[in-house]
Design a binder for this molecule. Structure first.
Ligand SMILES: [Cu+2]
Length: 644
């Protein structure tokens, strides 16, 4: 719950950060489990709990005091209440309730903890207000419920007095699990279920402590998933954390086939499905996605909030590494010292094994684009260091302290082999991800993970270069950005747009709009969350002519915020026509004129057609969060009359 409050606070403009030396705060003492507490294990959701005979499932669950270690074996063990099948080990997330439709569930729920609790969700057909089960300390409740509706649902418990799982804090944070109701008579499912939960502890006077996990364990301590090239993959993702997550798949597109929440789950009509590599999963939301890993190698599926894949959600990380950096100190994080990747939290690692006969493409000639990853001190608001990419034009190398935010648009041609030669002139490691491009794993840009077998992409060390060789297979709009120390590097400007086309584009009618950050978001204190559109708080206007068909390519790449976009004139929101999403063309059925409004998570792109019908001025307005509150940047669009 406090995580939400925190995001709300970020929308408020605040004084600039101090440049004084800020030492990382001392480790907080975390609530420890009792010595005799049972140890909770990570639940991969592969085995349905209970005992099923014909059309009845008998399930006995106990709430117990447990010891939980969301990260590695060296990392803190914290206290939680957890659910266990009676007589078995407690699990995080709670045991999987999975049955064919029409099954009657006989549930016995016993509270062996000292805390009074309330449970909800076991009766998904009821209204939320009617589905509450009070469970005093020491009490046992029996429940008989027939599950008829197919889909993905959730159950959850909270401490007495709370009414919603999103109000949970650390102690009750893991009292929940997935309910899956399969069609009756269907073959054994070949899917995977991933449940997101967060252990969260707020402190009045110190940074909060958080561990964000898929199926009970945080990256890099969770299981790798092995897939075979070309096999269909079906996943259900369940968000039982108190914040939404923009979930991004590297290398491939997925389709969202079902969407749901606690009280419902419905199929998305095939005509409404589209190719996407990012979907924001709301609080309490579920989704069923399908995709085909068509290229072998290592890939990641992760939350695209930089803070959800970094130190901020690690119990043992240095919570204020970025603040130390802001204060002008040399980077001191693990990644900078050892070159190791710094991802934590909500990441799933995939190994896609090659199909027989797979060969990496061999390319004789490539067009080379030289990019420089650079820093410039004191260039951002609050005298923060600006980070960015600069492109070499002609023979001379760009000035070492030159930085461009956003990075230059990479104009690539579909099917033309290219080499992005990235030289790191900074004093810290980096890596670059060509977000959404369906390329080989090695150049994909996740340091120490992208690649296959022993051929793994290294982080780009200070003074080193990395050649990302690939051939873009699809025309569209994509972001590129740092994939190391994302909070600091993306937050400080290491992002830009890639436009892949079949033919040169007419930039008088084809406009790229990149919305991102201009300074590191600060989570532990109320801090600013900067927003720049095309690199500016007051962006330069775009010019259009009445009657012309214009294409707007919008890239949303703030490190930690969902952005809302709206194209409006003085009086009203205008209409535009969606063309593409995440770089992939939309099906005909979704290319319908619509009100010009969209919310986009980090890494998401969308292309629209807009035909101005009268002269005058419009604005593409961009907000952090939902429209009408918080920070707004307006990009003016000046429409001129048609020349006679
Ligand atoms: Cu997230």
């Amino acid at each position: 719950m406090p995580f939400i409050a925190m995001h709300a606070v970020l929308a408020v403009a605040l004084p600039l950060m101090q440049d004084a030396v800020i030492a990382p705060p001392a480790r907080v003492s975390l609530p420890r489990p009792a010595a005799n507490a049972q140890v909770a294990t990570a639940n991969q959701n592969l085995v349905a709990a209970g005992k099923r005979t014909k059309d009845t499932l008998s399930l006995a669950l106990d709430v117990v005091e447990a010891a939980y270690q969301p990260e590695g074996s060296e990392d803190p063990v914290v206290r939680i209440l957890a659910l266990a099948e009676r007589g078995k080990t407690p699990q995080v997330p709670g045991p999987l309730l999975r049955v064919p439709a029409g099954t009657t569930v006989r549930l016995s729920l016993r509270n062996r903890s000292d805390s009074a609790l309330m449970f909800s969700g076991f009766r998904p057909a009821l209204k939320a207000a009617d589905d509450t089960l009070q469970l005093a300390a020491g009490a046992t409740r029996e429940l008989v419920v027939r599950l008829d509706a197919v889909g993905t649902f959730t159950y959850w418990g909270v401490l007495k007095g709370l009414t919603n799982f999103a109000e949970r804090d650390w102690l009750d944070s893991q009292l929940s699990g997935a309910i899956v109701v399969d069609p009756a008579g269907a073959p054994a499912p070949r899917d995977r279920i991933f449940v997101v939960t967060e252990w969260f502890h707020n402190y009045p006077d110190r940074p909060f402590e958080s561990a964000l996990v898929f199926n009970g364990k945080a990256w890099p301590h969770n299981d790798r998933i092995t897939l075979t090239q070309g096999d269909s993959v079906h996943w259900r993702i369940v968000n039982l954390a108190a914040i939404e997550h923009p979930l991004h798949l590297h290398g491939f597109y997925y389709r969202v086939e079902r969407r749901g929440g606690e009280r419902g789950d419905s199929a998305v009509a095939p005509s409404q499905q589209f190719l996407q590599n990012m979907q924001t999963l709301p609080i309490g939301g579920t989704m069923s996605i399908s995709w085909v890993p068509s290229t072998p190698g290592n890939w990641v599926f992760h939350c695209h909030f930089a803070s959800h894949v970094g130190d901020v959600v690690s119990l043992h990380g240095s919570p204020d590494a970025h603040t130390v950096q802001l204060a002008g100190h040399p980077a001191s994080t693990e990644a900078s010292v050892h070159g190791g990747h710094q991802m934590r939290g909500l990441v799933i690692g995939l190994h896609v094994t090659p199909a027989p006969g797979y060969k990496e493409p061999v390319v004789a000639e490539r067009r080379t684009i030289r990019l420089f990853a650079q820093k410039k001190d004191g260039r951002l608001v609050g005298r923060q260091t600006a980070y960015g990419f600069v492109m070499q034009r002609g023979d001379s190398v760009p000035a070492r302290d030159s930085v461009q935010i956003p990075a230059p648009v990479l104009e690539l041609r579909r099917g033309q082999p290219v080499r992005l030669l990235v030289r790191n002139t900074m004093d810290e490691f980096t890596g670059v991800h060509w977000h959404g491009l369906e390329i080989e794993s090695f150049p994909d840009g996740v340091p120490n993970f992208s690649g296959m077998g022993a051929h793994i992409m290294p982080p780009i060390a200070p003074g080193d270069s990395f050649a990302a060789d690939f051939t873009p297979p699809r025309s569209g709009t994509f972001p590129y950005h740092s994939h190391l120390n994302e909070l600091r590097q993306i937050g400080s400007g290491m992002y830009g747009a890639i436009v892949v086309t079949d033919a040169p584009r007419d930039t008088t009618r084809d406009h790229v709009i990149v919305a991102g950050g201009g300074g590191v978001p600060v989570f532990h204190k109320a801090g600013p969350s900067f927003l720049l559109v095309n690199g500016r708080v007051f962006p330069r206007p775009i010019h259009m002519t009445v009657g012309d068909t214009n294409r707007l390519r919008i890239v949303s790449i703030h490190s930690d915020e969902i952005l809302a976009f709206r194209l409006a004139n003085d009086s009203a929101v205008v209409r535009w026509t969606p063309l593409a999403r995440d770089g992939a063309d939309l099906p005909e059925s979704l290319r319908r004129s619509t009100l010009a409004k969209i919310e986009m998570g980090p890494g998401q792109t969308a292309d629209f057609l807009y035909v101005p019908d009268r002269p005058g001025e419009l604005a593409l307005e961009v907000w952090i969060g939902s429209t009408s509150i918080g920070t707004r940047v307006a990009l003016p669009i000046i429409v001129e009359a048609k020349k006679p």
